[in-house]
Design a protein around this ligand. Sequence first.
Ligand SMILES: O=C(O)CCCC[C@@H]1SC[C@@H]2NC(=O)N[C@@H]21
Length: 113
Amino acid sequence: QLAVPSTWVNQRGSILSIQAIDASTGNFTGTYVNNAAGFSCRGQPYAMAGNVAANKIDFYVNWTSPTAPNCRTITIWNGRVAGDKIPTRWKLYYVGSDWNFHKMTGQDLFTRR
Ligand SMILES: O=C(O)CCCC[C@@H]1SC[C@@H]2NC(=O)N[C@@H]21
């Protein structure tokens, strides 16, 4: 069961805020503030959207905004809600100078704040 609204922090110091959910679909919206070392587009909220079904959770951020820096990347997290933890794996996609899509992958562990 996912509490909404709720705020979650990962091991990189980034903050996931889940603000609203449609109970009939599990679709939710909120914001994500990236604070991870080694990445750009830090310290400002970007729109986040996702879905939760039973304990399975997926969400994404398009790091493009009219009011914040444009990283021209997209991150998708897939994970599960386990009490006050959300362990995830993520994929970050970007278009390289060769015009092909490139992918970075990693893991984030979110803890409820
Ligand atoms: O640098 C970018 O292209 C945009 C920011 C990406 C931040 C990534 S998303 C996966 C990982 N988890 C975080 O909280 N931040 C980094």
